[in-house]
Design a protein around this ligand. Structure first.
Ligand SMILES: C[S@@+](CC[C@H](N)C(=O)[O-])C[C@H]1O[C@@H](n2cnc3c(N)ncnc32)[C@H](O)[C@@H]1O
Length: 294
């Protein structure tokens, strides 16, 4: 963890005289590095777990570094210390808090591991805060962080989606193969999540080396499943509900292939002052398709 966090610090570009807010104190390592560089009175770090916050405070004191460690919900930021030149979030987020934007200075930078609920993947995003309270910037690299509390996906919410399998689901076939869906740090998976809002997916192994990929809508009970077998030329697809989730997967993968399969660092994100997100490719005006919108 320290190596990823230290790499994040490089991307954050903290300089003398700046004030920094960190969300997720953890061990205190990162807060300690920043306090060493900027001075303890310029760094505030918020940790939701009281015991973890106390341990970090003690460890930092032993090292002779005493940034302000606050026990609280970092989603709220820490208004008492605002405005900040830099906001660094060291937990994976599914939502950029409007408080972080409001507490950053215009021109300030917000760095966070951000992703959609499609998977556990995060990509480090470096947002620059505009005078109107929005923020925009590129993704830098794939990472995977422990998620911010309250932004973790509760899989129990899908308990009522598949009442019988396959039941009356529509059945079709596909030439998409399992690797096309992308692995843990692959852009294919991340980009599908950008183009398919409010969808979660998981891949389970099945008998004889097969796999079933599940897709669940977060807003309705629509679901889809694709069954892959190593000895079958095509996978079997099941879809149920108003949202055709497998059709969206195919659309997203086709769109990404048509763009030349760009890596995650070619993409970026714009965040409105209320936290609404718009992903883009190359430049902020080139907005990604949103297949959930139809
Ligand atoms: C990956 S660790 C942070 C690493 C840390 N920056 C370091 O240098 O060791 C993520 C931390 O975020 C904390 N966390 C999770 N949700 C939070 C929230 N809503 N507000 C503040 N901290 C939170 C966790 O308790 C955990 O300590």
């Amino acid at each position: 963890m320290p190596s990823v966090v230290t790499a994040m610090l490089g991307a954050l570009d903290v300089r003398e005289g700046m004030r920094v807010l960190e969300v997720g104190t953890g061990t205190g390592w990162n807060a300690g590095l920043m306090a060493h560089r900027l001075g303890p009175d310029r760094v505030v770090s918020v940790e939701i777990d009281a015991a973890v916050a106390a341990q970090a405070r003690a460890a930092l004191a032993r090292a002779g570094l005493e940034p302000e460690v606050v026990h609280g919900d970092g989603y709220e930021g820490w208004a008492a210390g605002a405005p900040y030149d830099r906001v660094i979030v060291t937990a994976g987020v599914r939502e950029v808090s409007p408080h972080w934007l409001a507490q950053a200075r215009p021109g300030g930078v917000l760095l966070a591991p951000w992703g959609s609920h499609y998977s556990d993947q995060d990509a480090l995003v470096r947002l620059t805060r505009a005078p109107d309270g929005s923020a925009s910037g590129p993704f830098l690299r794939m990472v995977e962080f422990m998620k911010l509390r309250a932004q973790r996906l509760d899989w129990d919410r899908f308990g009522g989606h598949v009442t019988s399998f396959p039941g009356d689901a529509r059945v079709s076939s596909t030439t998409v193969v399992l690797p096309d869906l992308g692995g843990r740090y692959d852009a294919a998976r991340f980009v599908a999540g950008l183009c398919m809002r409010d969808c979660a997916h998981v891949v389970n192994e099945t008998e004889r080396g097969g796999a079933r990929a599940w897709f669940f809508d977060l807003r309705s009970r629509s679901w889809a499943a694709a069954e892959f077998h190593p000895d079958a030329p095509e996978a079997t697809v099941y879809q149920r509900g108003a949202r055709r989730l497998w059709a969206e997967v195919e659309n997203a993968l086709t769109w990404w292939a048509d763009q030349g399969r760009p890596g995650v660092e070619r993409f970026g994100l714009t965040v409105a002052p209320d936290g609404g997100t718009t992903p883009w490719l190359g430049e902020p005006g080139n907005v990604l398709p949103d297949y959930a919108a139809g």
